[in-house]
Design a protein around this ligand. Structure first.
Ligand code: SIN
Length: 335
């Protein structure tokens, strides 16, 4: 399922020294799973479910350690740690792979996907599946897509029309598309690790951000962002990744069992992500800490119009074929 010429060659090399990569014959294979969010988020829950199922079913052959909240590695170093096999599983946001492939930036294009169901369809179709493999020659193998949710815009002032964002500075993930998206609004963007977002908003180092409800709630960002506009303008999803040297060195039968567990966890995460986000939306509203601004169709169309020029700007880098494949998954009529 997850093979390539590069990885098979690498695998042969590693099998000769499997213990160096955590796949000895007698000791358990150690899988360190590091991530940057809280346990009570779709990704946090997925990591814990993976650990539980592995430990229930694999009879001590594999040991999983989960490190949440950037407690082992954070945004600045986790992908390099994976490539160096210091950690064996990560699930970074799709916006964090730009250094290794431009194609995944399709997921950052604003207003490309109407909703999480559309994102799901794209990820399941041929082009989406293909994107899981595009970083293998860079030492990253994609195992699954995990949902979080659609992003909302928050700020220290009410954002009703695109012009309201002008002059503000927004925290972004390390993605040129996201930078360009805010430039379209005549705002500026600062790349900051997720672990620093709360403090940066609190101190007004940046005045706004874009996050799904679950990340806003679990990091209490609504306590330092008095306004949240329900734009649903983009998606924040994850790719569960390992490094091919480690992954393909795992004995075949154990790897098949791990792949089965990953399928099961992926189904569970993706099934409950939307509901988890809606529950957090409700908690934020009930807290009264932040005013939630909803947009009517006409207002949302204005945001779309303001941001959409970035599609053309990045078409060549991402690939027109990738963008076209993503466009076909929407089912709603355009306004
Ligand atoms: C995450 O959900 O993993 C964090 C995303 C972000 O950096 O905004």
């Amino acid at each position: 399922m997850f093979k390539s010429i590069f990885t098979m060659a690498a695998c042969a090399l590693v099998l000769t020294s499997a213990s160096a990569y955590g796949a000895p014959t007698h000791n358990p294979i150690l899988v360190k799973f590091s991530h940057v969010v809280a346990d009570n988020t779709p990704k946090g829950q997925g990591a814990l479910l993976f650990k539980r199922l592995v430990e229930e079913r694999l009879d001590g052959k594999v040991k999983v350690e989960v490190y949440a909240n950037s407690s082992l590695y954070g945004d600045a170093n986790e992908l390099e740690a994976l490539r160096n096999n210091e950690v064996q599983l990560l699930a970074p946001s799709l916006a964090k792979f730009e250094k290794y492939t431009k194609q995944l930036q399709v997921f950052d294009l604003p207003f490309l996907f109407d909703d999480l169901n559309a994102v799901n369809r794209f990820q399941k179709r041929a082009k989406g599946r293909q994107l899981l493999r595009v970083m293998e020659d860079r030492g990253i193998v994609g195992l699954a897509y995990w949902h979080n949710g659609m992003k909302q815009l928050s700020a220290n002032k009410a954002l009703l029309v695109p012009g309201d964002a002008a002059g503000l500075s927004f925290r972004i993930q390390p993605s040129s598309v996201l930078k360009a998206q805010f430039q379209q609004l005549h705002a500026t963007a600062q790349v900051l690790p997720f672990a620093e977002v709360f403090a940066a908003l609190k101190s007004a180092k940046v005045q706004g951000a874009e996050n799904p409800w679950s990340n806003i709630y679990s990091k209490q960002l609504h306590n330092v962002q008095p306004f949240i506009t329900e734009t649903n303008h983009g998606v924040l999803d994850y790719m569960l990744v390992s490094n091919p040297r480690f992954w393909y060195a795992i004995p075949h039968q154990i790897r098949s069992e791990l792949e089965g567990i990953i399928d099961e966890v992926t189904y569970a995460v993706n099934k409950q992500a939307e509901a988890a986000n809606q529950a957090d939306r409700q908690r934020i509203e009930t807290s009264g800490k932040s005013r939630l601004i909803t947009l009517d169709d006409q207002q949302r169309a204005a945001w779309r119009q303001a941001m959409q020029p970035v599609w053309q700007q990045f078409e060549q880098e991402i690939g027109a074929d990738v963008i076209k494949a993503a466009q076909t998954v929407n089912r709603k009529q355009r306004n």
